[in-house]
Design a protein around this ligand. Sequence first.
Ligand code: APR
Ligand code: PHB
Length: 394
Amino acid sequence: MRFQVAIIGAGPSGLLLGQLLNKAGIDSIIVERQSADHVLTRIRAGILEQVTTDLLDEAGVGARMHREGLVHGGFAMLFGNQRHRIDLHKLTDGKNVMVYGQTELTRDLMDARATLGLPTVYEASHVAVHDFDSKQPRVTYEKDGQQVEIQCDFIAGCDGFHGVCRASVPASSMQLFEKVYPFGWLGILSETPPVHDELIYVNSPRGFALCSQRSQSRSRYYLQVPLTDKVEAWSDDAFWQELRLRLDAQGGDALITGPSIEKSIAPLRSFITEPMRFGRLFLAGDAAHIVPPTGAKGLNLAATDVKCLAQAFIAFYGDKTESGIDGYSARCLKRVWRGERFSWWFTQLMHRLPDDSAMGERFQLAELDYLMHSEAGARTIAENYVGLPLDFGD
Ligand code: APR
Ligand code: PHB
């Protein structure tokens, strides 16, 4: 089998890349380790920056998102028992974010790919990438007991943090940056109306909490928990009780509880791979970098990697120039580091840090108080939250 681009991984990065390449007349195959159903069970953040919604429109998969997604022009910050609003719209000259679950977005991309009849191999085992330091890279995998080989011009490593692509690069060819946070997020999804019409980010003496949502009738809530906590030990009642203790009276009164339809604990990590290109192997999305979810940047950074990579391949095949593929890594990493910095900063501003003293807690509150009462401070949060442009500062 021969394709111009072999994409490893059918998460949002791989699927979106496949869609953009197909629109440009570049053929690609996606090879995924899991089943499509399994990919759709993963629940992740649900905030899309405008750069991401624009890209989904460009890829022709934005229709349901515009129908069902919720446009938010601001969010609440709760600390010291007081609520403040970050007016995204006003502070960023009219920008918003879109609340639309990653699961729904992945489903839209999968449906579009199936409708177009584009090749996707699910449940491929022993996926391996070869010869990416040459002009004839190959991908091999096993499916139904058969060994299959794909020849291609390029390999797109969209296979997430635990994928095979980054793991196939010699350690001496890359530099890895990593910070693992000493707490996790316990998240639940429930078929209940959200506690507030916008998101609430909470810094409470008992730890961070986040009130998010998927629709007018479905809520997503998170609590900061020690990494040693086991999800089985958290009953729904215990979750709601703890959330109430971290909210203000207004939140406590408005909170409607119900059975969880999903409950899990996720660790928090900052992780960056430099560079993001190795010969004819390109990493995109979680394969190259991970952010803690506090700023909801993961999917948005993945989407801009994919935008950049699609442009690079289109320039290669269309204009016969390698400048896009040569510039891919540096162009992405500039935005990645900005997103990583914001996510790290927002995380340490909002969470109880186990080693921190009472003084550290007071510093957090003073910083939050400053940010909410200075327009420059509030704008710093707002412009990072709605997302910095891909080529900001160039
Ligand atoms: N072979 C084939 N596929 C693989 C392999 C492998 N060896 N290893 C992993 N995969 C698949 C996974 O099963 C998964 O479906 O690659 C896919 C990677 O998808 P994601 O982890 O969702 O990563 P990405 O598409 O980059 O999406 C980024 O997901 O984690 C969030 O915050 C992140 O929202 C961001 C988005
Ligand atoms: C979510 O809805 O899952 C969500 C929203 C905002 C975040 C993180 C997660 O910052």
